[in-house]
Ligand binder design. Structure first.
Ligand code: NAD
Length: 439
């Protein structure tokens, strides 16, 4: 089987690589010439555990290729996946420009039957638009070529993307023809040997499933952050509450961790886009509006704790604040909508000096905010001379710092743990003032 995957970002590169690992001939396409050149030189543009080895292996085997020209491979494949970005527009809706650009290219060059499967997260009705655009281009050329559209939303998690793709909980395939269903079933067959987790739906439902799934997960996080803030006021401990409610099988243990807000390339934009879709249909998504509001405020919680400790924002001028963790979550260098960016901005505006450390996202941070902060060589170097330390991303290497080393290197004694992963008792015994979320 031969496929093309258009858009070679977090989703497209993982998708293309994992299909090639299963024996499929894959061409990954991107308009970013530099990205394609680097991939052709064996340089992986993102940090994702396990990905580099698989890319190299499958390129070597001759099954994985990279190009900027979809038109060169279009008529040599059975399925084209569209995995391009769908960033939020100014009004919160998903910007479909890139998805429709791909549809135009397909319509301009198609000359045999294919399935056009959208992997990007797109609002209900997008597959229909893709179909219209391809048909417009075909009729402009005066040709009549059969093709199908399909919706195949992606559920991988950055940081665990390869594992998630290779062993998915489920694969959602929205189709409207038996021919398309059979082709998609064949492509996914190698992933379903042990347990068939393919779920077929109509196309609008497949498009909605992705938004509903991300919105549900974001809701759990904001709900727990709300509970955490209340725990602080009434003297309860959100970690105990989490264990208590998570043991109820109807609730389950996952996605119940309080923290300093969710970020990333998906939850914030997908929640916004679903609210906008609903608004366009005259329906207010009241729960999701609250989810967003809570998350917006939660990204400020560590800053408010810092200001409270020092007795006013003006007291932050000249202070040195260390930040551990920049990426929006561990095991990725992705900083889209990262809570660290909000904090850094507030700290700099208040006149503080910021020293940061992240195991993999330092280059990405420099690309985004330049040298407005000091980039430390490691976690202790970041804490060196700092008045306060804020833990923002729960990287494993931050879990067990040596309290004596920290004490020896820091100027002040305040530690704000935005992910509740440090041992507060141990730090307090060493003389630190320790605050976390929801306790
Ligand atoms: P990304 O920004 O990392 O990658 C998108 C790529 O598409 C870029 O490399 C860009 O150059 C390329 N592109 C844009 N227009 C193009 C065109 N016309 N032809 C070829 N390439 C083009 O984005 P991502 O994080 O991989 O997300 C892609 C989609 O998948 C989004 O809709 C996102 O919501 C969804 N998604 C993302 C994740 C995630 O964890 N990142 C998970 C599930 C779903």
């Amino acid at each position: 089987m031969r496929i093309a995957v258009v858009g070679t970002g977090y989703v497209g590169l993982v998708t293309g690589t994992c299909f090639s690992e299963m024996g499929v001939h894959v061409t990954c396409v991107d308009i970013d010439q530099d990205k394609i050149d680097r991939l052709n030189q064996g340089i992986i543009p993102i940090y994702e555990p396990g990905l580099e080895r698989l890319v190299h292996k499958n390129v070597k085997s001759g099954r994985l290729h990279f190009t900027t020209r979809l038109e060169d491979v279009l008529n040599d494949v059975d399925i084209v996946f569209s995995a391009v970005g769908t960033p939020p527009d100014e009004d919160g809706s998903a910007d479909l420009k890139y998805v429709l650009d791909v549809a135009h290219t397909i319509g301009k060059h198609l000359n045999h039957y294919i399935v056009v499967a959208t992997k990007s997260t797109v609002p209900v009705g997008t597959a229909r638009k893709v179909k219209e655009v391809i048909n417009e281009e075909l009729s402009r050329r005066g040709v009549d070529i059969d093709f199908d559209v399909a919706s195949n939303p992606e559920f991988l998690k950055e940081g665990d993307a390869v594992k998630d793709f290779m062993s998915p909980d489920r694969v959602i395939v929205g189709v409207e023809s038996e021919r398309a269903r059979k082709l998609m079933a064949r492509l996914y067959k190698p992933f379903m040997i042990v347990n068939d987790r393919l779920i077929y739906t109509d196309i609008p439902s497949a498009e909605m499933i992705k938004y509903a799934a991300n919105s549900m997960l974001a809701t759990r996080i904001s709900f727990m952050n709300d509970i955490a803030n209340l725990c602080e006021l009434v003297g309860a401990d959100v970690n105990m509450v989490r264990k208590g409610i998570g043991s109820d099988t109807r609730i389950g243990k996952k996605f119940l961790y309080a923290g300093c807000g969710y970020g990333g390339s998906c939850f914030p934009k997908d929640v916004k886009a679903l609210i906008k879709t609903a608004a366009d249909h005259g329906y207010p998504m009241r729960v999701l509006q609250a989810v967003e509001e809570v998350n917006h405020d939660q990204k400020l919680v560590l800053f408010h704790k810092l200001v409270k400790y020092y007795g006013g924002e003006e007291q932050l001028r000249g202070k040195i604040i260390a930040i551990w963790g920049l990426s929006f979550k561990p095991e990725t260098d992705d900083m889209r909508e990262a809570p660290s960016l909000v904090l850094i901005d507030l700290l700099l505006k208040a006149g503080a000096t910021v020293r940061v450390y992240d195991p993999v996202a330092m280059d990405e941070c420099r690309r985004r905010i330049g040298d407005s902060v000091t980039y430390a060589a490691n976690r202790y170097d970041a804490a060196s001379g700092a008045d306060a330390l804020m833990l923002v991303t729960e990287w494993k290497e931050f879990r067990l710092p040596n309290p004596e080393t920290l004490k020896g290197t820091m100027r002040g004694h305040l530690i704000l743990d935005g992910r509740n992963i440090l041992d507060g008792n141990e730090l307090q015994q060493e003389g630190f003032e320790y605050h976390c979320i929801g306790k």
